[in-house]
Design a binder for this molecule. Structure first.
Ligand SMILES: Nc1ncnc2c1ncn2[C@@H]1O[C@H](COP(=O)(O)OP(=O)(O)OP(=O)(O)O)[C@@H](O)[C@H]1O
Ligand SMILES: [Mg+2]
Length: 421
């Protein structure tokens, strides 16, 4: 143990994997996280004086955390993300979320468990320092470690060298990992992730005049025939904010995405798309229809954004993200990157994602290059890639000497962060 400091009690480590959509959290050594909690919070303000008489215009911020509390329809409650560009941005909100997580979801005391936190490969030094300070000083954790999510996703798939393709909510990235370290100059990303697909779906329904009403606003509905106007009644209650409504509509569209969309196994072709079996989908209002070619057309943008309105030519599809990234790495390691292309992130659970990536890469790499796409079979393993890697790493005997202990933090301060690659 470096400095012989963290005693390595038999208490399980807690793994935190934070993303734009969710925080995934649970105990090291387990297969899946204990909880998935949205990293968007309901935020509302009230006069600071509880009598309601607000003489000095002083207000107090309140936070609604987790799925149920966010769904509460409350006038003037805004839905706000605590993340920005893959990194923690609002530390107050992150603190609330962490408090809630320990107390309500893990029923654990922060001072009892070492924690392993994931970070995106482009996290800044200042943000890492802030995280270290918050966890040691506010949450009194006994030990901590910070690890790049791409490295952990590679570990989860049994690799320490890999090209990690992570398609999450807000972006898709290609991150080369060599011997457990990210090759920083090879990181390539695009803003096309699951949220972009959601936006495309939203546009499609708006153009078709299909009203998108989240289930929590529907009190009752009648059964109607396919494509007939829906007959439904609205649940009474206060008028929600537009950010709340957008969030709820996003949830509704994500359900459509998961159930209906599919990535075409070759570049989109209208005639071929028309031969795809139709899929029936019913909205919370009772409106229902069969969907065909659109099921392939919307996700096509991930692989070929060139035809999408408003998307600049500089934005790369998934295949070019990978080839560009590999091209920025040393010649010597290119074969090992192409030989282990790890696919992870919730948006990669779209049916056909890995198959299409395989096809697009095969057509761009020389036949002599061995290409292997590694994607976990179950969608939960793919969604939890980084978390699972953290769970594995934290339970390895050889990792125990890596923890940054409280004593080391007290002695050397933020300098100890240099031990986290
Ligand atoms: N089974 C599925 N089929 C299709 N899409 C899915 C599926 N499961 C999750 N998604 C999509 O994956 C996205 C969330 O992915 P993920 O949980 O990896 O994001 P995140 O890590 O929280 O966010 P980010 O990586 O942007 O910081 C959402 O857009 C969601 O719609
Ligand atoms: Mg992510």
């Amino acid at each position: 143990m470096s400095g012989g400091v963290y005693g390595g009690d038999e208490v399980g480590a807690i793994i935190f994997d934070v993303g734009h959509q969710n925080l995934r959290v649970g105990y090291g050594g387990e297969d899946t996280p204990k909880a998935e909690i949205p990293t968007t919070l309901g935020v509302w303000e009230e006069p600071a004086d509880s009598s309601g008489i607000d003489c000095n215009n002083v207000t107090k911020k309140h936070y609604n955390v987790d799925v149920t509390a966010i769904q509460v329809r409350k006038k003037d409650m805004e839905i706000v993300s605590l993340m920005k560009d893959g990194m923690i941005d609002d530390w107050d909100m992150f603190e609330r979320l962490t408090e809630y997580t320990y107390k309500q979801r893990l029923h654990a005391l922060s001072e009892h468990h070492p924690i392993l936190m994931t970070e995106c490969p482009w996290n800044t030094r200042l943000k890492r320092e802030k995280l270290l300070e918050l966890m040691f000083e506010k949450f009194n954790v006994p030990a901590m470690y910070i690890c790049k999510n791409a490295v952990l996703a590679a570990y989860a798939n049994g690799r320490s060298t890999a090209m990690v393709v992570d398609s999450g909510a807000t972006h898709t990235s290609a991150v080369p990992v060599h011997d457990g370290y990210v090759i920083t100059q090879g990181i390539v990303k695009s803003p096309l992730g699951g949220d972009f697909i959601t936006m495309q779906c939203r546009q499609f329904f708006e153009e078709k005049d299909i009203e998108l009403v989240p289930a929590c606003l529907v009190a009752s509905k009648d059964v109607v025939r396919e494509r007939d106007p829906p007959r439904w009644t609205k649940r009474p209650g206060p008028q929600p904010s537009s950010s709340w409504l957008s969030y709820m509509v996003r949830e509704l569209l994500q359900d459509f995405q998961m159930n209906c969309l599919q990535v075409s196994d070759s570049p989109y072709d209208e005639d071929m798309a028309n031969t795809l079996p139709m899929k029936h989908y019913e909205f919370p209002t009772g409106y229902n229809d069969d969907f065909g070619s659109i099921r392939l057309m919307i996700p096509e943008a991930l692989f070929d954004p060139s035809n999408v309105k408003g998307v600049g030519a500089s934005i790369l599809g998934v295949g070019p993200l990978v080839t560009t990234s590999v091209g920025m790495c040393d010649m010597d390691i290119r074969p090992s990157l192409y030989g282990s292309v790890v696919v992870t992130g919730g948006n990669s659970c779209l049916q056909g994602f890995s198959e299409r990536l395989n096809r697009d890469l095969a057509s761009k790499t020389p036949p002599s290059m061995r290409l292997k796409i590694i994607s976990a079979n179950s969608s939960s393993e793919r969604r939890y890639g980084a978390w699972i890697g953290g769970s594995i790493l934290s339970s390895l005997g050889s990792f125990q000497q890596m923890w940054l202990s409280r004593q080391e933090y007290e002695e050397s301060g933020k300098l100890i962060l240099e031990r986290c690659a």
